[in-house]
Design a protein around this ligand. Sequence first.
Ligand code: AHR
Length: 686
Amino acid sequence: MKRVMQDACVIVLVSIVACSISLSAENGLQLVVRADQPGAKISPTMYGVFFEDINFGADGGLYAELVKNRSFEFPEAMMGWSEVKKGVAAGSLAILDQDPFNAVGPHYLRITATTPGEGYGVVNEGFSGMGVRKDENYLFSSFARGDKKAVLRVELVTTDGRVLAKANVKGLDTVWTKKAATLRPTATEAHARLQVLLETPEYVDLEMVSLFPRKTWKDRPNGLRADVVQWLADLKPGFMRFPGGCIVEGRYLSTRYQWKNTIGKPEERPLLVNRWNDEFKHRPAPDYFQTFGLGFYEYFLLCEDIGAEPLPILNCGMACQFNSNELVPLDQLDPYVQDALDLIEFANGPATSPWGAKRAEMGHPKPFNMKLLGVGNEQWGPQYIERYERFAKALKEKYPEIRLVSSAGPSPDDERYNFLWPRLRELKVDIVDEHCYANPDWFFDNANRYDKFDRNGPKVFMGEYAAQSVKTVSSDNRNDWRCALSEAAFMTGLERNADVVVMTSYAPLFGHEDRWQWRPNLIWFDNLTSYGTPSYYVQQLFSRNSGDVVLPVEVRSVPETVGAGFKPARAASKETPDGVTTSASSKQPGLYVTASRDEKADEIILKVVNSADQPASAAVQLKGTGRVASQGTMIVLAGRKLTDENSIAEPRKIAPVTSSFKGASGEFKHTFPPYSFTVLRLKTRD
Ligand code: AHR
């Protein structure tokens, strides 16, 4: 019966007769939403975030610590620090490791003031300076040891030496003790520095010299930058993947990410080079290291705060295959597998279990209820399959309830991808992580990528994707509106195929304006402010308007009434592909459509991307609903030019505009603006 209906539609479209004419002949396009044919359920994890410490996303970014190289453990131990002599001051600085504070960070700084003058000591440059705000409190702390008579002066200063805040630290001891002071700047400054000066002719040893804003996300000590977390919270992400990315793999196995080194007291977490430190010759970052102040415990907490399912990704015994390609021999893989088993216990085990006890000790006796775990990042080849199999065997045996994420390699359609998928299917893996960095045309052209996908195999996690305006890893890539629009078009296809695609995330997440290695990124920040890119708002609109169940949409057209060059997209779900004349593509701009139902709100959600440079009028039919309330909500994200971007100066040049939508009914007309992404939420009453 359905086949007959589809054939009828094709005839209608070809000869422009019968049922579609009354609405479509006048306006050119007809969007028919089949509310009476609900399709796949949209997974609550459908839209999530991918976090990686790239572009100073963690240290110098999300992690609110303002001091760089606080533990003097960078290989160049004074990196970030310089000598300060005020007035006639004289003295010496030394990096020592005798009788250290602890073995994890054996180096510390000794300041000896022979002539203190107006102050002798050091200044820390922060991460391209330190962003501080007028009349807000900043907490200085350090483990210190020195002469009991020593007096330290701690100051926040501008680059030209103007003092913004100062405090004295006294009462030192000859054994290590934690000293603290509060600084309250008299002015806001994006590039402040922290000075620690001796005012007396003594010595002082310093370790873990730290400065945090008091106001962090949820006011937590060792906390996160509140404004940056807010961007994540506002996405209402279904999951958060962490800690990457290639950072999981490391350039070498010795520099891979090891979660056990990232928990416990911050001063007990050993420093590690960041793999993006020297990855790109065109964007060197020699001062990029991982303090792990933002470690696995903090990631789990963050997930809990923002309502995202945690998705940790672990190294599977392979270093980055683009770099050293080092492999752990299969007979030596056990410690890696054990790390994964222990992580599940850390996240989910009772507080009485060995790893659960560590979580409880850190302040979270209740389990985090982790349900997903990634085995390897962007691995490929038979070496990956062999290692994945060993992980899966051990993990499934002990924790069958954990869904495992496996890799499909770095590209959406190359020989590595084609090798992996059949094997992953044979292994009946749970979820396969696909990565797509490509130009916007690829995203427009691949809006139908999953329409013909195997419905019976593993589910798909579109784990890393972003349109590249120039090409992958080019430093000329822009977060422009064309990229975002192409991602929106692509995402209509992800959502329509929610029976296959169960998780998606844009990558990378963050970029520091002055310190990035990779672009484009979803959210940009400098030391004081942050903004969402057009791609951010696309993600947000999908995430916050996903609905629970996909509804098929038929898109019918009479192209000549719409205007030269305009083509509608293949927008129907897999049940109704024949209701479409032609597909929109990068060459034939047009409409990309998906529809869903929000059961709780009792709303039909229609998302329409118009990739053309002209408005598209459409007759919308909501079939199989009861009464439709005349007033709904409309959210439009549009740019005047495809090259438009947001920036620190113009953070909302492209941002969603919400208005009430009047005139909705079972059949209504609407014009979708050029270069736009529109979300219509229409109340239905059965
Ligand atoms: O997102 C940047 C990098 O791209 C990720 O670290 C890696 O997984 C991919 O190659």
